[in-house]
Design a protein around this ligand. Structure first.
Ligand SMILES: Nc1nc2c(ncn2[C@@H]2O[C@H](COP(=O)(O)OP(=O)(O)OP(=O)(O)O)[C@@H](O)[C@H]2O)c(=O)[nH]1
Length: 434
């Protein structure tokens, strides 16, 4: 049984700053040397694991993350300032994948772990860097490299902090719906769940925790019969157990509340004796019903007779009494109970995958009458990095295209002088000249 929380977000790393064209202005020197500095680097975007987070709920409102751009270069050869990197907090256990290809990129489990999800662009070079003996005063500079843009899917197997155990009809799901619906902000939040019985409780003091109704506990569960086994695996990972015991006579179980309590404990022990060491609060349910008071007295007596001194809380989900006190006690208990580490069988260590940056030079050419379209990530990036305000920079770009074989390929495909050539995704066009 896994509760899966999901969010799809967009990350945009910062663009590099533009390099600039500038020349030395010295008295009595008619044409000084090139003096334009490089642009600064754009900010990278990182995910960082923060164990204080428990869900992906924050990503409901906040779906766009963008790092700042690098600053453009200055005169006197000054490099522009690089932008700060952006850190996006994610809960432990977050699995990151590319939302378009579904390729898994990272599985982040360890607190404090950082993972770069989008690279900021490098700064464009200023004209100082293009000076050569043959061309000592170039009017060439580069724009900053665009930062990576990526749609990212985040997935989290939400572990319940608190598990509800008890006989069928003990009042588990009613309790869960009452305490998690009490705050509309929370009720509106739906986990994408395989099993929907997970709720988030948020107290007015800011503390929050997840509660799972763990249904399906049946006799023989510990031997792997039916749903029970899955259920118990989940129980293993909850930090606090609430043992719900129906105190009314309407339960129709034909056994006393104490016997019901013992049976559930036996099931838990058979599965794993350590489960009984888990902090547990006994919750006497349905206390609004007439016979409940007397039954509770006998129940408490039976506990005393067996030297069991677990705390007992009385609630009625229907009358909504005792529930708030119970939640506060649960929160206190959670504060004192260490986090159960994420399921080690799922991932022993963080698996990090290289983000594949498509630097391949290959390109496609598409024809539409006298118009041609060049489709290539690499070429559109180069076009974006070309300073279009000077002839010389444009000529440099033309040389780069030729070096890639773009001219040859266009000619082979039948392009004629005067045809228009467009570069996809770069807002750039030029006339073909053979
Ligand atoms: N009077 C009264 N009835 C309650 C209360 N809580 C639950 N019930 C009733 O008890 C019955 C069983 O409650 P559920 O919440 O479905 O019990 P459950 O433990 O989730 O049961 P399973 O889903 O079978 O595991 C329902 O008819 C509820 O309306 C309560 O506080 N007072």
């Amino acid at each position: 049984m896994a509760f899966v929380d999901q969010a799809t977000i967009e990350v945009k790393a910062g663009n590099g700053g533009d390099g600039i064209i500038s020349f030395r202005h010295e008295k009595f020197v008619p044409l000084g040397g090139p003096f334009g500095g490089d642009g600064g680097k754009g900010g990278d975007i990182y995910f960082v694991v923060d164990e204080g987070l428990r869900t992906l709920m924050d990503f409901r409102y906040n779906r766009h993350f963008r790092a700042k751009h690098g600053e453009k270069g200055g005169t006197k050869g000054m490099t522009g300032a690089s932008a700060n990197d952006l850190y996006v907090k994610v809960p432990a256990g977050t699995i990151v994948s590319n939302a378009e290809t579904n390729q898994q990129l990272a599985d982040l489990t360890e607190n404090g772990k950082e993972f770069m999800i989008a690279h900021g662009g490098r700064g464009g070079r200023g004209n100082m860097r293009f000076a050569t003996p043959a061309n000592p005063a170039p009017e060439i500079s580069e724009n900053g490299e665009p930062g990576q843009v990526l749609k990212v899917k985040l997935e989290l197997r939400v572990l319940a902090d608190v598990g509800l155990v008890g006989f069928p009809s003990a009042g588990k799901s009613t309790f869960l719906s009452v305490v998690t619906a009490a705050r509309p902000k929370i009720a509106a939040y739906h986990f994408t769940t395989i099993d929907p019985n997970l709720g988030m409780v948020q107290l007015s003091d800011g503390r929050d925790f997840t509660i799972a109704d763990l249904p399906g506990l049946i006799k023989g569960a510990s031997k792997g019969i039916g749903l029970g086994f899955e259920f118990l695996r989940h129980v293993e990972r909850t930090r606090v157990l609430l043992h719900m015991v129906d105190m009314s006579e309407e339960s129709g179980l034909g056994i006393t509340p104490f016997e019901a309590y013992q049976q559930i404990n036996e099931e838990l022990t058979t599965y794993d004796p350590r489960l009984l060491d888990r902090p547990m609060i006994i919750v006497a349910t349905k206390m609004d019903l007439p016979s409940s008071k007397a039954n509770l007295e006998s129940f408490k007596q039976a506990l005393a007779d067996h030297q069991i001194n677990q705390p007992v809380e009385e609630i009625s989900s229907v009358a909504q009494t005792g529930t708030r006190v119970l939640l506060l006690k649960v929160a206190d208990l959670l504060d004192k109970t260490p986090q159960v580490s994420p399921d080690k069988t799922v991932s022993d260590s963080d698996r990090l995958y290289e983000f594949k940056d498509d630097k391949a030079m290959d390109f496609q050419i598409e024809q539409d009458g006298d118009d041609w379209l060049i489709v290539s990530d690499r070429i559109s990036r180069l076009a974006k990095m070309t300073n279009r305000t000077t002839e010389e920079s444009l000529r440099r770009f033309a040389r780069q295209l030729r070096a890639f074989g773009v001219d040859d390929k266009l000619r082979e495909a039948g392009a004629k002088d005067g045809d228009m050539v467009y570069i996809e995704d770069a807002d750039f066009a030029f006339e073909f000249e053979d």
